[in-house]
Design a protein around this ligand. Structure first.
Ligand SMILES: O=C(O)CCC(=O)C(=O)O
Ligand SMILES: [Fe+2]
Length: 317
């Protein structure tokens, strides 16, 4: 029986890898191929990474819940004109969902700026805790990028697929207090390059397999999930799968999650390396500017179509 029919996604343990000597470890190539296979087949995998302690996770979510306890008018001060970068909440299609964003969250000054907007004297403990969490999460993003490159034999001296910053989004899904599932976040593919998600204790994330079944993820309490977004799928010339996913909620506990999104820098053009294009694999997308694509996805025209179809409408050949 394959993993999908067992309602599972691959689980890959990256605990032994440090970003400074990743390529030196034993079994490296085999691990890279497992990452590639997971991203090609499922568009996601469960990551075990014990550099992030349970204590740090607990502290992180305690800080995040303090953010959500602030009055709405304060949370709305987290404004950012870039799509998907600032406050989102009270949306009629997803009434349970609320989220805030911190651009370039691996930079301590960004964290400080965020807290100074929300609290009169900032919030040092928030900054220190989130900073401690961002470090291993950013490392993990780097490691996975190197693994994808090496899995296609594209590593060379390169350590990144494209230059990115990390956008942190903190999410809360209000408990619907029903025994039936309610929509927490509608089905979508991620518009940023790739995502690492950490959930607190309430599960709810579901992914759609390539053959159209929805799988409810039940992650181990210490795991993260890696998700391939549209730009990474386009870079790989369609080999990696941008997985459709959603959040479904039931019961009487709120759900909190922490999403670290790799955002290509301004001016980034998305195009596949020439090694990934040949006669049998013709280029499926035109080259495109990442930020223009992001603006399109959140435009009236983009929002009128299914999320997974946006990139084909925007850049399909
Ligand atoms: O909260 C989650 O687990 C998923 C969030 C998500 O998919 C997103 O923000 O793109
Ligand atoms: Fe997502």
């Amino acid at each position: 029986m394959d993993l999908a029919s067992q309602n599972q996604i691959p689980v890959i343990d990256l605990s032994t890898i440090s970003p400074h000597c990743a390529r030196g470890i034993q079994g490296w190539h085999h691990l890279c191929l497992r990452v590639r296979e997971a991203c090609e087949t499922f568009g996601c995998f469960e990551v075990v990474y014990d550099q992030i302690s349970m204590h740090l996770r607990t502290q992180t979510f305690s800080m995040i819940s303090q953010v959500f306890q602030l009055p709405s008018e304060i949370k709305k001060k987290n404004f950012n004109p870039k799509p998907y970068h600032g406050y989102a909440g009270q949306l009629p299609v997803v009434p349970l969902y609320e989220s805030l964003g911190i651009e370039d969250a691996s930079n301590y000054d960004s964290l400080k700026g965020f807290t100074q907007h929300l609290w009169p004297h900032g919030h040092q403990q928030f900054c220190q805790t989130i900073d401690s969490m961002m470090k291993p999460v950013e490392e993990l993003h780097q490691i996975i990028q190197v693994m994808i490159l090496d899995s296609y034999g594209l590593g060379g001296n390169s350590n990144s697929i494209m230059e990115c910053e990390i956008l942190l989004r903190m999410m809360r899904y209000k408990a619907p207090s029903t025994e039936e599932y309610m929509n927490g976040l509608s089905a979508h593919t991620d518009k940023l390059m790739c995502t690492l998600l950490v959930e607190e204790e309430v599960s709810g994330l579901e992914i759609e397999t390539r053959d159209g079944q929805w799988i409810k993820l039940s992650l181990s309490p210490s795991s993260l999930v890696f998700i391939v977004g549209d730009p990474l799928m386009a870079w790989s010339n369609g080999r990696l799968h941008a997985v459709n996913h959603r959040v479904m909620m039931k019961g009487d506990k709120d759900r909190y999650s922490f999403g670290a999104f790799a955002v290509p820098k301004l001016g980034t053009t998305i195009k596949p390396p020439e090694e990934l294009v040949d006669e049998r694999n013709p280029q499926i997308f035109k080259e495109f500017d990442f930020w223009e694509f992001l603006m399109f996805s959140f435009s009236k025209e983009g929002l009128a179509m299914e999320s997974a179809k946006q990139i084909f409408a925007y850049a399909g050949n």
